[in-house]
Design a protein around this ligand. Structure first.
Ligand code: TYM
Length: 335
């Protein structure tokens, strides 16, 4: 076992492909943290059960998500790459944390609140209510120091820190309080058709979301038909020109060039030029990523072996945490 600090993050397999929000906000940060940290990267397949899904579809999406983590540069030799359901300790720790979470606190989590306020309590299941507690277990099981995620996960990280603190004070110091690792510039990529909301798998318009595994031509079309704002100037103004600001954010992320330089360069040019530049830059990065993912999916046996080895690595850490936690809360160890 290494004495490096730990990094952990998971992505849900709730669609056939991850989108560029997942990629820029989270996934793309993961490979760069593998050297400095002992890394645990996974697919939150148990979380995905909070929405009804065909079993065969969930299986396919879980493998596709794992392949995308690897295609993004997560190296199974250096990191544990695993499916959450392969490590039963996640749900074991979750139960203990569930018993430490106030009902009121869990009810204030925005994801549950949003869904039930829009569609009523019957539209949500108890799994969705418990969702942030399972996420806290994912993180605390490994005593992760850093958690690279998008802005929308900040509240869940706060709950995780609260639960860690509560456990540590009620029993004895056990859990590390994790720090979110959110890259401000790309922490909230917006929907291309409605740039006032984040890009999300549950978007109302498929044209607003760019899926990494979609046909590159279709994606180029989506960038070219992104909603922009009235006026003609290309300036970075998130309040008054959210569409243009989102495109500039995307172009800066995909080219690695600062927004200010891009604004200067596009002075006098039109929105169409900007959209075309985003389509080209994104395509140049996503097309090889997509090919690598498809290749990995074509080698299913190898992919499954990677996940089995990743689960082993993860369980070596997770089982110790659960044994320690069960002992501390007063459960009798099996003799
Ligand atoms: P999920 O599957 O919705 O998203 C995966 C990651 O992508 C980020 N993200 C975005 N970043 C920028 N702009 C966007 N528009 C955007 N949309 C999504 C998310 O913040 C996330 O980092 N609950 C988590 C999965 C999870 C997890 C964990 C994460 C389960 N256990 C433990 C970290 C640690 C989720 O639903 O992410």
């Amino acid at each position: 076992m290494s004495d490096k600090p730990r990094v952990l993050s998971l992505a849900q397999p709730t669609a056939d492909s991850l989108h560029i929000g997942n990629y820029l906000g989270a996934l793309r940060q993961w490979p760069g943290l593998q050297d400095q940290y002992e890394a645990f990267y996974g697919v939150a397949d148990l979380h995905a059960l909070t929405v009804e899904v065909e079993p065969a579809v969930l299986r396919k999406r879980s493998l596709a998500s794992a392949a995308q983590l690897i295609a993004a540069g997560v190296d199974p030799e250096r990191s544990a790459v695993f499916l959450q359901s392969h490590v039963p300790e996640h749900t074991q720790l979750m139960w203990v944390l569930t018993c430490l979470t106030g009902f009121g606190h869990a009810s204030r989590m925005t994801q549950f609140k949003d869904k039930t306020s829009k569609h009523g309590v019957d539209a949500a299941n108890v799994g969705l209510f418990n969702y942030p507690i399972l996420m806290a277990a994912d993180i605390l099981l490994y005593n992760a120091d850093r958690v690279p995620v998008g802005e929308d996960q900040r509240q869940h990280l706060e709950l995780t820190r609260d639960l860690a603190h509560r456990f540590n004070t009620r029993y004895s110091p056990t859990f590390t309080l994790p720090e979110p690792h959110i890259v401000k510039s790309v922490g909230k990529i917006k929907d291309l058709q409605d740039p006032t909301v984040k890009m999300s798998k549950s978007s109302s318009s498929p044209n607003g979301v760019v899926d990494l595994l979609d046909d590159p031509k279709l994606n180029a079309k989506k960038f070219r038909s992104a909603v922009t704002d009235s006026g003609r100037d290309i300036t970075f103004d998130e309040v008054n020109k959210p569409g243009v600001a989102n495109l500039l954010t995307l172009l800066a992320a995909f080219t690695g060039r600062p927004v200010e330089t891009l604004v200067e360069e596009f002075g006098g040019k039109g929105y169409g030029d900007l959209k075309g530049a985003v389509a080209d830059a994104a395509g140049a990065e996503i097309t090889p990523f997509r090919e690598r993912t498809l290749e990995l999916l074509g080698e299913k046996t190898e992919l499954e072996a990677i996940l089995a080895a990743g689960a082993e690595k993860a369980r070596a850490v997770a089982s110790r945490t659960v044994a320690k936690v069960y002992r501390k809360v007063g459960l009798v160890p099996r003799g």
